[in-house]
Design a protein around this ligand. Structure first.
Ligand code: MN
Ligand code: MN
Length: 463
């Protein structure tokens, strides 16, 4: 009997719930970490706000903007902002950049409703803003949900007007109406994906007419209020980036407070882990780099996405200061593409393959590959890279699990991993399992958030 048990212990992989493997001190550290994470979520609901909050935290931790040509020494802490929408941060290592760098990379854009360039109109004495959704949303989830308006209006003179309506206690909020069930018989017969067409995602922003005006009096009153608050006219909305985001604050979920519910946790949950770990890193062996990028939700495209040369330019500058070729640096580097994965949801068990799904409270989820239709669009990390990361996490007591995103051929998803790997950088996906990913309100486990932070710390400090 005893021999059988030993054989089982020796040969079987038997993961356990992380709460059974963490002591009281670790549980407390996890709770403290998550308090900071929730504050980070509330401070940044767009990539621009996330960058501003990141820079504020980094400067408090001794980071300063990097000036091209500046010579750096071990322990120096620097950052560069890319067009207000992305940020690269580094702590210079004891070894030169020719030894490679340790990269924690996450994205800070999240699915949302962007305003169209000509958004404002009046219909039936109600004023609306037209939207164009950004990223993969399930449109039916965005109706009858309180919304805030965040973003910028760029004026012709070069001035940038920052807009944030709905975030403070006294602010008004906005909503997209749904059809009442009493009249929903026909709508209810439609497939979920067709019940709410994209062109009906129109945000209600006013109902009171401006006095003594004959045409579009409600629209004109909304414009008057915008002009009073921000000094802008309708034409200025053409050069604006305004986003409607859910008006939810980050909260604890569950009687045991073991989870967090909030908007935009994909991927700010990993962005905060990668950032916080770097802020807590002092003079690592190899240079530690945290990159927070934009546009992952629409394919990592554009000048602020991971396919942009902005990161290579940043690394060129750092490498030039040490007389190192960037290609030499890259080929010895390791990147954890810190992005969320799907958590097994027993309520929708049919969409998951249970043996290979991430579970809440089992730690940071490692994905050897993502993608769809036979691993298309996946970087598919090598067995050697997975082994290196297993070792690194185990040596640092980080709880981790392997994860696949749902059943094969049920869908899929991508991350920035492939664009890092294309640069000749060994890359593995690692992140927090999420319930209801891309919904206006997503849920994660605090333990998994904390373990993702610990994984990033282990990465930056790998010997
Ligand atoms: Mn993501
Ligand atoms: Mn996503």
């Amino acid at each position: 009997m005893a021999e059988k048990k030993n054989k089982a212990e020796e040969l079987l992989y038997a993961p356990k719930n992380g709460h059974e493997r963490m002591d009281a001190a670790a549980e407390q550290a996890c709770t403290d970490y998550c308090a900071g994470y929730k504050a980070f979520l509330d401070a940044g609901k767009t990539e621009r706000e996330c960058v501003a909050e990141t820079v504020a935290q980094a400067e408090r931790a001794g980071f300063r903007p990097y000036r091209r040509g500046e010579v750096l020494k071990p322990g120096d802490k620097i950052y560069r902002v890319n067009r207000g929408k992305g940020v690269f941060l580094a702590v210079i290592g004891r070894q030169g950049l020719d030894a490679g760098i340790q990269i924690g990379g996450a994205h800070i854009d999240s699915p949302r409703l962007d305003l169209k360039p000509m958004p404002l109109y009046e219909d039936s004495e109600l004023a609306y803003l037209k939207t164009h959704y950004y990223g993969g949303i399930r449109k039916y989830q965005w109706v009858a949900v309180p919304l805030e308006l965040h973003g910028v209006v760029a004026l012709k003179g070069g001035e940038i007007v920052e807009v944030c309506i709905g975030g403070s206690v006294d602010d008004p909020q906005f909503v997209i109406e749904d059809l009442l069930p009493h009249l929903g018989a026909e709508q209810s017969k439609k497939p979920l994906g067709q019940a709410i067409p994209a062109e009906t995602l129109n945000i209600l922003v006013g109902s009171q007419p401006l006095a003594d005006v004959e045409k579009d009096a409600v629209k004109l009153r909304v414009l008057t209020l915008l002009h009073e608050r921000y000094g802008i006219c309708e034409e200025d909305l053409i050069s604006a980036e305004l986003c409607a985001v859910p008006a939810y604050r980050a909260v604890d979920i569950g009687l045991d407070r073991s989870m967090i519910g909030a908007y935009g946790q994909d991927d700010r949950v990993c962005a905060y882990a990668a950032l916080r770990a770097l802020l807590d890193t002092e003079a690592p062996e190899r240079t530690a780099v945290c990159l927070l990028v934009d546009k992952e939700e629409i394919g990592s495209v554009g000048v602020s996405g991971m396919q942009s040369a902005a990161f290579d330019t940043f690394m060129d500058d750092l490498c030039a200061a040490q007389g190192v070729e960037r290609r030499v640096c890259y080929e010895r580097s390791l990147c954890l593409s810190a992005d969320v994965t799907a958590a097994y949801d027993p309520n929708f068990a049919e969409a998951y393959e249970k043996r290979n799904s991430a579970r809440l409270n089992y730690g940071v989820g490692l994905c050897k590959y993502t993608g769809a239709r036979g691993k298309s669009e996946a970087s598919d990390a090598s067995a050697e890279v997975v082994a290196r990361v297993r070792r690194m996490l185990d040596e640092n007591g980080v709880l981790w699990q392997m994860a696949e995103l749902g059943k094969v051929d049920y869908g899929g998803g991508g991350t920035i991993a492939q664009y890092m790997a294309n640069r000749n950088i060994d890359t593995l996906d690692a992140g927090v399992p999420v319930l209801a990913m891309h919904a206006p309100f997503e849920t994660v486990s605090k333990l998994d958030c904390y373990m993702t932070y610990r994984a990033m710390k282990a990465l930056y400090e790998e010997q």
